[in-house]
Design a protein around this ligand. Sequence first.
Ligand code: SF4
Length: 468
Amino acid sequence: MGGFFGTVSTKDCVTDLFYGTDYNSHLGTRRGGMATYDREKGFIRSIHSLENAYFRNKFEDELPRFSGNAGIGIISDTDSQPLVINSHLGKFAIVTVAKINNIEALEKELLERNMHFAELSSGKTNPTELVSLLLIQGKNFVDGIENVFRSIKGSCSMLLLTEDGIIAARDQWGRTPIVVGKKEGAYALTSESSSFPNLDFEIERYVGPGEILRVRPDGIEQMRKPNEEMQICSFLWVYYGFPVSCYENKNVEEVRFACGYKMGQKDESEVDCACGIPDSGVGMALGYAEGKGVPYHRAIAKYTPTWPRSFTPSNQAMRSLVAKMKLIPNRAMLQGKRILFCDDSIVRGTQLRDNVKILFEYGAKEVHMRIACPPLIYGCPFINFTSSKGDLELITRRIIQEFEGDHTKNLDKYATTDSPEYKRLVQTIADRFGLSSLKFNTLETLIEAIGLPKCKVCTHCFDGSSHF
Ligand code: SF4
């Protein structure tokens, strides 16, 4: 997905920018970048690969090179950013959190209009450059950003570092968030509000869907009003978000706890304890334990000293190995127990198969699994989740393919909780992984836990409800 951070201040902003950007590291693994604007020196920018190192390690030595009262930073899952552009709108640096499904068509259109693409570092057109080219078609920034909103199929939130403050524009459907923070003499804008507490920012407000703000050290100017409709990604609360973060005033850990609590209250299975698969299953398991009235145990622990974040190599075999190496089962807590594990989701299922096998080998009597969200039936066209390899990456689709001979058939039936097709799908997943029982959260309970009206939240990957 990717995450960004920007700040404008009456003082030098480099330290806040460095740490604030780093606090978005769980959202991306490919590229990191920072740009500052200094009245004397102009724009200063740097980009590094994060494929074999962390943001902080890569940028720490370079910090003395940066200066200025305003800056933006990015942790990107795709392209090299920030880009620095000189245009009729003035000079600006840009970072985006975007997924552009019609990138090839837009690229063709722009090339036919004699535009060119300069940034081809990964062999393909850089989506952020494409956004910049669409943007500078406008007669001013608002007009240009509206052109981006109109043109792209997918989603795009962005920060622009200009010679006069930072312009923040949230995706027109609000699929990805932007949160504004404030402290004496400074503002910050970020994807993850977990970057605020240690930098002394307080949440000031949430940027609305399609809203455009210009933020200077002394205040916020609204350049475009938010749209009424919103489709914020529900998966932010389930999987992507850091527990401390809030989107639309709803805290990630609270939502995960509520998901587990509500499931625990309704669950009639007999178990000895609940346990979370680190990290995103822990909040749910704590809630489940309380709702069910069983103890919370750590029967599986994550080796944090050298696996501090969700490191995802592009190769599937390596990914599975890393996933396995990070989690260590604890025989003392597993032996002879009927254990219920909570996890955020089941995507491909590769990790789950290994985990269940190991848990039985380490003495668990029964292994039950509860999942924070409904089965993922539809690929995500909006935020690069389950991105490149198509819908058959999803375990649900592979099973539907086996059942129906066509993985696109009767999807609405498989997505309907407790329909015969849904029950058969869930039982097949449970059998395939040797689980004693498997239950997914219902969409209604997930929405209730998030606490926003269903119509404001994107649930497309569970029910195919967004038209695009
Ligand atoms: S389809 Fe799923 S992952 Fe994608 S934006 Fe919607 S809820 Fe989020």
